[in-house]
Design a protein around this ligand. Structure first.
Ligand SMILES: Cc1cc2nc3c(=O)[nH]c(=O)nc-3n(C[C@H](O)[C@H](O)[C@H](O)COP(=O)(O)OP(=O)(O)OC[C@H]3O[C@@H](n4cnc5c(N)ncnc54)[C@H](O)[C@@H]3O)c2cc1C
Length: 420
């Protein structure tokens, strides 16, 4: 592992800025799904938490994640979030794999084979914003959690017993907040990770990904399920059903002008290529991403930690980013709590890093890179082999269980528990 650069001190020593007392509270940067779940888990263990979020209105967050896997549903259930989300989502026990243009799926995996492994043998199709909204409601009514929106973390410094975070309000006022620890949950562009000089090792795929929310019943054309992975060497696709919308994910040329790719006529042409209807599609939202596969070289420096996209990012194919970030939050909350209660030394936080970094590299990166390759494979012989393997796995309950244990991240949680 490369050595960390010395930590930059973003605060000027003699600035007259009010510093709130530490009060044994934990500072969390970012009120995305990971920051909010971390706050809820810490509060359940009796710890005070302050979450700073740069957005003024949290629901301004971009629509992204939509699939919540079995392992995550159990964790959300443990903190009372599942019962709030299930009525707002779609219970999806099946995953369909297709060859683009074929009238029948290659394979259909049924989470029913996981009945002995999880109390949630299904995924939940549920917009990430609904998770944020429900978590926010819970956090807002918890006396131990303070959510401060319109506040951006700009830097921090660590002392022997505390961390002082430097923040800026929406109207440009500087403040300082002190806590026992700071957890950077502020996404892929994490200020915390950058200030610590932690490398974000990995690569970007040489194409872009277009994500569209479309009001159209795609299952009136083909017997699509709620989650569909559609293989094609030229233009693979993912198709997901949300409550009222379908999410269509398509590859886009990295060399093309992003504005041109997001042009309504270009999007309409892409959707008509995907499924010709002769009628214009109703596109509710559109966004374009460059997909990175990266894992921070460490998730900890002293009293400062990273979780979620701040620590690792990956292709959305397989729906693992938010899920594994929530797993980070649950794992970290338990360890941080044991340190704060004086039940463990802070070396237990290094175990958090070992466990969750192992999952990020050996599970999430490996599976999402493989998924992307599977979608876009162009070698006819490899494509044939891939299809055969998918069919064989879906038809054999033991193989299907193995496949879904990995896909639903249950095996990653089990394996992390073995990492000392
Ligand atoms: C198209 C697409 C589809 C996806 N689908 C799925 C899926 O189905 N399932 C899945 O598991 N994952 C999915 N993902 C990945 C998922 O969206 C992310 O992994 C997840 O949102 C990460 O959550 P987070 O809380 O770590 O970070 P974020 O969701 O990025 O939240 C970070 C928060 O921090 C705030 N913030 C940023 N900087 C600061 C600062 N300096 N100070 C204070 N606040 C700050 C931001 O405003 C934001 O609210 C998808 C991603 C994409 C691009």
């Amino acid at each position: 592992m490369a050595r960390l650069r010395p930590q930059a001190h973003a605060l000027e020593p003699n600035r007259q800025i009010p510093v709130a007392p530490a009060d044994n509270r934990v500072l969390v940067a970012g009120a995305g799904p990971v920051g909010l779940v971390l706050a809820l888990c810490l509060a359940r263990r009796g710890h005070r938490v302050v979450v700073v979020e740069k957005l003024v209105d949290l629901l301004d967050q971009v629509r992204r994640a939509g699939t919540i896997h079995s392992a995550t549903l159990e964790m959300l259930d443990d903190i009372g979030l599942y019962e709030r989300l299930e009525p707002r989502g779609i219970v999806a026990p099946l995953v369909h794999y297709w060859d683009r243009g074929d009238p029948e799926p290659i394979a259909v995996f049924d989470h029913g084979v996981l009945a002995g492994d999880t109390r949630f043998p299904h995924a939940l199709q549920c917009d990430r914003l609904k998770l944020v909204e429900e978590a926010l409601k819970m956090a807002s009514s918890d006396d131990l959690i303070e959510i401060r929106t319109g506040i951006e973390l700009t830097g921090f410094h660590q002392g022997p017993d505390s961390v002082t975070a430097s923040v800026e309000t929406a109207d440009g006022e500087h403040q300082e907040l002190r806590g026992t620890h700071l957890v950077g949950c502020e996404g892929a562009h994490s200020v915390v990770r950058k200030q610590l000089g932690i490398d974000f090792e990995g690569f970007a795929f040489p194409d872009r990904t277009m994500t569209l929310s479309v009001l159209f019943d795609f299952d009136s054309i083909l017997p699509y399920g709620y989650r569909n992975y559609i293989l094609d060497p030229v233009e693979w696709a993912n198709l997901f059903r949300w409550t009222d919308l379908w999410r269509v994910v398509l590859p886009a040329d990295v060399n093309a002008d992003p504005d041109a790719l997001l042009d309504d006529d270009v999007i309409e042409a892409g959707l008509q290529r995907f499924h010709p209807t002769g009628e214009p599609y109703e596109v509710v939202s559109k966004s374009l991403y460059t997909v990175h596969q990266r894992v921070a070289e460490t998730f900890r420096d002293g009293r400062v930690l990273l979780a979620g996209d701040a620590a690792h990012v990956n292709s959305p194919i397989g729906a693992m980013g938010m899920n594994s970030g929530i797993h980070d939050a649950v794992n970290l909350a338990a360890k941080l709590s044991s340190v704060l209660h004086g039940e463990a030394g802070d070396e237990v936080l290094d175990r958090y890093v070992r466990q969750r970094r192992h999952v990020a590299v050996a599970h999430v990166q490996a599976i999402t890179i493989r998924n992307k390759k599977l979608m876009a494979e162009s070698d006819p012989e490899v494509r044939r082999r891939n299809r055969d393997e998918l069919r064989r796995a879906a038809d054999d309950p033991a193989l299907a269980r193995e496949f879904l244990l990995r896909a639903s991240l249950i095996s990653s949680v089990r394996e992390a528990a073995e990492v000392l």
